[in-house]
Design a protein around this ligand. Structure first.
Ligand code: NAD
Length: 499
């Protein structure tokens, strides 16, 4: 297989504001590279503050004056189902472009394209099924919840599985009647540039969806600080999330922050070890290890430790590395040379912090591009940086434990708290252990398989707030509480002189 540009690449990537593809006001652009050759293959418009102002103004106009927020849920739902149909019908092409731009293996990119369609279908269904509480004090008062969209939602997304992550925010934001300005990551703008045509074809009115591209510190920052954007949904690094939180504070914006992780997979001796092996290997090496919920620390009970480590290393060595476009590829190229450098620096660091049992650098036969061999360090102590810090690549730290208490202590011994995976056949232990873990999500005897109705998010440095199912509806709407008296008003008669 040769490394070839996919068909159907646009000439350049533009912003999309008020239904029009436009360049930046000042004509600024940035170069986009693909991760196998690291050559520039396209340029994208780089939005400045003036462009963000235009995008927000268009979204605000569409919200204040356009039909979208006032449509019946069924009408919006039909349009969202059309979005899902279009995404599904183009999953091959979408996956090709995503894989080219990000280095994700094509089969995994295709799975993510389908998940993106499913996000739209799910919220299309949810908004027509959605209902709120009415409460009543008999003979006195009725209260009902009047749910309203909030306005212009600012959506800021990272470069890992970009199209799917964008859909995760776009679908609930738009479904609930908001208008949006999306700011995708600058490493991976290609698949984001497909949304305008998809929305247009599905019948989303102009101004409802606006796309700005460019640097986080300029375009993202202007969106976060814009007074006409009352809510920001952000997914990315924990330090960026903290900065956004500070910048949004003076305007008291609604914030949802989905941040980094260093999630543990805990394997007890009584687990189904074959299943545990499959899942713990997949957890850290799928999506090139560029996965927020990766089980990047594997904690293994000492009685099975040596055998498990040996089998784990064997699997890691056998992982198929290849061109992202090759259906046989299991691990492709990392997104960008600067991310490659970061991951490689952790690989070098790990050689002094653990026992290298697989990988440890560039894979053989890949002298160029952002390729890192699946790398396994065993005997990693909890104070090691490779145990504590998010690497966000195909690198795993394995650590033994002797007791349940020690396993829990190790599991909780990081600043992060996104996901955890527990492998045991002891029912009581599984539930008690899950309860003790400081993480937003726990999978018992499962890899990361998530029903879209369930809450998604982290604790500690992994995030703030929950999205998923009704929690997304809650985030993107105001639940206005309306009280009606069924009787006299019964107000104390101030100023009536006791009469
Ligand atoms: P990042 O924080 O560098 O960037 C994320 C987005 O924020 C980009 O669009 C970027 O341009 C923008 N940005 C950067 N600085 C900004 C600023 N000052 N104001 C506004 N916007 C700004 O993260 P990344 O490197 O693109 O993504 C990887 C990180 O994302 C990892 O830490 C990963 O764990 C995390 N992540 C979390 C989840 C989750 O759901 N918890 C999911 C995927 C990725």
């Amino acid at each position: 297989m040769t490394h070839q540009k996919p068909a159907g690449l646009p000439d350049k990537i533009q912003l999309f504001i008020d239904g029009e593809f436009v360049d930046a006001q000042d004509g600024a652009t940035f170069d986009v590279i693909e991760p196998v050759s690291n050559e520039v293959y396209i340029t994208a418009a780089s939005a400045g503050k003036a462009d963000v102002d235009l995008a927000v103004a268009a979204a605000k106009r569409a919200f204040d004056e356009g039909p979208w927020p006032k449509m019946l849920p069924r009408e919006r739902s039909r349009i969202l189902h059309r979005v899902a149909d279009i995404v599904e019908s183009r999953d091959e092409q979408l996956a090709l472009l995503e894989s080219w731009d990000s280095g994700l293996p094509i089969t995994q990119a295709k799975g993510q394209a389908r998940r993106a369609a499913e996000n739209f279908r799910f919220f299309a269904d949810l908004i027509v099924a959605e209902h709120d509480n009415v409460t009543k004090v008999p003979g006195r008062q009725i209260n009902y919840v009047n749910r309203k969209p909030k306005g212009v939602a600012g959506l800021i997304t990272p470069w890992n599985v970009p199209f799917m992550q964008e859909s995760w925010k776009l679908a609930p934001a738009i479904a609930t009647g908001n208008t949006v300005v999306l700011k995708p990551a600058s490493y991976t703008p290609l698949s984001a540039a497909l949304w305008p045509e998809i929305f247009r074809e599905a019948g989303v009115p102009d101004g409802v969806f606006n796309l700005i591209l460019g640097s986080g510190g300029v375009a993202g920052d202007a969106l976060v600080k814009h007074p006409d954007v009352p809510l920001i949904s952000f997914t990315g690094d924990s330090s960026t999330g903290a900065m956004i939180s500070t910048n949004a504070a003076p305007l008291l914006k609604g914030l949802s922050l989905e941040l980094g992780g260093k999630s543990p997979s805990i394997v007890f001796a009584d687990a189904d070890l074959e299943e545990a092996l499959d899942a713990t290997v997949f957890s850290v090496f799928s999506l090139n290890g560029e996965r927020c919920t990766a089980g990047s620390r594997v904690l293994v009970e000492r009685s099975i430790y040596d055998d498990f480590v040996a089998r784990y290393a064997e699997r890691a060595k056998n992982i198929v590395i290849g061109l992202p476009s090759d259906p046989a590829t299991e691990v492709g190229a990392l997104v960008h040379p600067s991310h490659f450098e970061k991951v490689m620096s952790y690989v070098e660091l790990g050689k002094g912090e653990g026992r290298l049992v697989a990988g440890g650098g560039r894979p053989e036969g890949f002298p160029e591009g952002n390729y890192v061999a699946p790398t396994v360090f065993a005997d990693v102590r909890p104070d090691a940086r490779i145990f504590q810090e998010e690497i966000f690549g195909p690198v795993v730290a394995i650590t033994p434990f002797d007791t349940d208490e020690e396993a829990l202590e190790l599991a909780n011994d990081t600043k992060y708290g996104l996901a955890a995976y527990v492998w045991t056949s002891n029912l009581k232990r599984a539930h008690n252990f899950a309860n003790g873990i400081e993480s937003g999500m726990v999978w018992l005897n499962s890899n990361n398989v998530r029903d879209l109705r369930t809450p998604f998010g982290g604790v500690k440095a992994s995030g703030l707030g929950r999205e998923g199912g009704y929690r997304s509806v809650d985030f993107y709407t105001t639940a206005q509480s309306i009280q009606i008296t069924l009787n006299e008003a019964h107000s104390p008669r101030f100023g009536a002189g006791g009469k």
